[in-house]
Ligand binder design. Structure first.
Ligand SMILES: [Zn+2]
Length: 465
C-alpha cells in the first residue's frame, strides 16, 4: 500500500511522492507566542506529530521545521498592557510551549526558528522581490507585495483577485497600489521593536517570515506545508505568492490543513474567553487522552471538544491500557495462539491501510482497538510467553505511531488497575474461605461499574466492558 494524501492546493487525493526519495521536508506554521497556549494550538502540533511519526514509521527521514512568531502586533499590544519587553514575553511563551509539547509527547521539530533570529534572510528576500518588481516601498517606509504581478495568486484559496481583500489582516492603506497587496515590511512606529533595513527601521510582516524560514531551513522546494485551515487565506496564499515569485519554482508539493477545534460549537479563540489552556487540560487528564480525542476525530474535520468527548477519551485510553496487562497463562501453541497471531497481523494491516489513506487516525485507532480485543481474548484463553509478548510489542509499536504512551498515570481518578487488582486479590481470599456470596457480590458490583471479571483455571482476570 502506498500513502495517499489530500492536497488542499489541488483539492484532490494524491499519491505521496517526495522531492528527494526517502526524505520529507515539512514546514508547519507555529504559534504566535504572547499568551497561554490552549488545546487548539496543541491540536495542530499533535496532528502534524501523527503525520511525522507515521512518515518515520514508513522509513522516511523527516526534516520538520516549526516556527515561533515572536514579532507580532499581538505581542506588542500585550507588552503595552503589561509594561514588559515584547521580546521577553515572546521568549517566555516560546519556552513554555516547547515544554508543553514535550508533556504532550510531541516529537521536537528538527528546527524551531524564530522571526527575531531570521531578520537578515527576511530583508534579503524582500529586497529581491522589490528588485524583481513584485514589491514596492511606500513613502512611509512600508513594503508591500504587488499581488497583480503574480498570475497564480489565489490558487490555494480559490479566491479571485477581486475578492482577495476580504478576510485579510492588512489594514486599509491609502498608500497601497491595490487593496489586495499585503505588507512584507512595516515601518517602525514609536515604542515598537524594529530592525534596520534598506527601507529604514521596521519589522517584517506576518507572511514573509514563514517563507524566509522555510527557504532558509528547507530549501526552495518542500514536500509538506502544514497548518490550521484558518491559515489558508491569507497567510498560506501569500506565502505561496512571495516564495514562488522569489524562487521561480513551485513551493510546497502538498498543502495539508488541520480542522479547527471547536468548543461548544464555536471556534476556540482567545477573543471568546472560553478557552481551555494546555496546562488546565494536563492538570486533569493525560496527554494520551487529548491524543485519542484528536485521533478519533480525523485531522481535517472540525473537532467538537467538550466534557463528553474528553470523558470518552478517558475511557478509550483505559481500554487501550488494558492490552498491556500481563498474561495469566502460558500457552504458546494451539488455536488461540494462532488466532492471536493472525489477528495481530490483520490489525497492523488495517492500521497501515487507514494511515495510508490520508492519515486516517480514526481508522488507525479502530485497528488498535481490534488488537486490544484480540489480546484480551488471548489472555482469557491462557495465551502467554513469546506469542503474547509479540502481540503486545506490535500493540506498543502501533500505539506509539499515535504518540500514545499508555503508562499508568499518577494522581487521582486515573488508572483503576491497582484498585481492581486489589479487589480481585481480596475476592480470591474470600473464595478460598468459601465466602461465595461475598465473592460474587464483588464480581457483580464490579460488573455494574463496567469491569468484567472472568475466572479461569489460572486465576481471575478482568477487562473493561
Ligand atoms: Zn506560517
Amino acid at each position: 500500500m502506498s500513502l495517499v494524501v489530500y492536497n488542499t492546493l489541488t483539492r484532490e487525493y494524491e499519491p505521496f511522492v517526495t522531492v528527494e526519495p526517502g526524505k520529507v521536508r515539512m514546514y508547519v506554521c507555529g504559534p504566535t507566542v504572547y499568551d497561554e497556549a490552549h488545546v487548539g494550538h496543541a491540536m495542530s502540533s499533535i496532528v502534524f506529530d501523527f503525520i511525522r511519526r507515521y512518515l518515520e514509521y514508513k522509513g522516511y527521514e523527516v526534516r520538520h521545521v516549526m516556527n515561533f512568531t515572536d514579532v507580532d502586533d499581538k505581542i506588542i499590544q500585550r507588552a503595552r498592557r503589561t509594561g514588559e519587553d515584547p521580546a521577553a514575553i515572546a521568549a517566555r511563551y516560546a519556552e513554555k510551549y516547547q515544554k508543553q509539547m514535550e508533556q504532550l509527547n510531541v516529537l521536537r521539530p528538527t528546527v524551531l526558528p524564530r522571526v527575531s533570529q531570521t531578520i537578515p534572510e527576511i530583508i534579503q528576500m524582500v529586497a529581491d522581490l522589490i528588485e524583481k518588481g513584485h514589491a514596492y516601498v511606500t513613502p512611509a517606509g512600508d513594503v508591500y507585495f504587488r499581488v497583480r504581478t503574480d498570475p497564480d495568486y489565489g490558487k490555494l484559496s480559490r479566491r479571485r483577485l477581486e475578492a482577495a481583500v476580504s478576510g485579510t489582516r492588512v489594514a486599509t492603506s491609502e498608500e497601497k497600489e491595490d487593496e489586495g497587496d499585503f505588507a512584507l515590511w512595516k515601518a517602525a512606529k514609536p515604542g515598537e521593536p524594529s530592525w534596520d533595513s534598506p527601507w529604514g527601521k521596521g519589522r517584517p510582516g506576518w507572511h514573509i517570515e514563514c517563507s524566509a524560514m522555510s527557504l532558509h531551513h528547507l530549501g526552495d522546494q518542500i514536500d509538506i506545508h502544514g497548518g490550521g485551515n484558518d491559515l489558508i487565506f491569507p497567510h498560506h496564499e501569500n506565502e505561496i505568492a512571495q516564495t514562488e515569485c522569489y524562487t521561480g519554482k513551485p513551493f510546497a508539493r502538498y498543502w495539508l490543513h488541520n480542522g479547527m477545534l471547536q468548543l461548544k460549537g464555536e471556534k476556540m479563540s482567545k477573543s471568546l474567553g472560553n478557552l481551555v489552556t494546555i496546562d488546565e487540560f494536563l492538570s486533569r487528564h493525560s496527554a494520551d487522552v487529548l491524543r485519542v480525542v484528536i485521533a478519533g476525530s480525523g485531522y481535517r474535520k472540525p473537532l467538537a471538544f467538550n466534557d463528553d468527548v474528553v470523558a470518552d477519551g478517558e475511557r478509550a485510553v483505559e481500554r487501550l491500557r488494558g492490552a498491556l496487562r500481563p498474561p495469566t497463562g502460558n500457552l504458546v501453541s494451539g488455536p488461540a495462539v494462532d488466532a492471536l497471531a493472525s489477528q495481530t497481523a490483520k490489525a497492523r494491516a488495517d492500521f497501515e491501510a487507514a494511515m495510508d489513506n490520508d492519515f486516517n487516525t480514526a481508522g488507525a485507532l479502530a485497528a488498535l482497538f481490534e488488537l486490544v480485543r484480540a489480546i484480551n481474548s488471548a489472555r482469557d484463553a491462557g495465551v502467554g510467553g513469546q506469542p503474547f509478548a509479540e502481540a503486545q510489542a506490535t500493540f506498543r509499536q502501533l500505539s506509539s505511531v499515535l504518540g500514545l504512551q499508555l503508562t499508568a498515570p499518577r494522581g487521582e481518578g486515573q488508572s483503576i488497575a491497582p484498585f481492581v487488582d486489589l479487589l480481585l486479590a481480596v475476592r480470591q481470599d474470600l473464595r478460598k474461605a468459601k465466602q461465595w456470596a461475598l465473592a460474587d457480590k464483588i464480581r457483580d458490583e464490579l460488573k455494574a461499574l463496567g469491569v468484567i471479571v472472568e475466572d479461569t483455571p489460572q486465576g481471575s482476570t478482568w477487562r473493561l466492558q
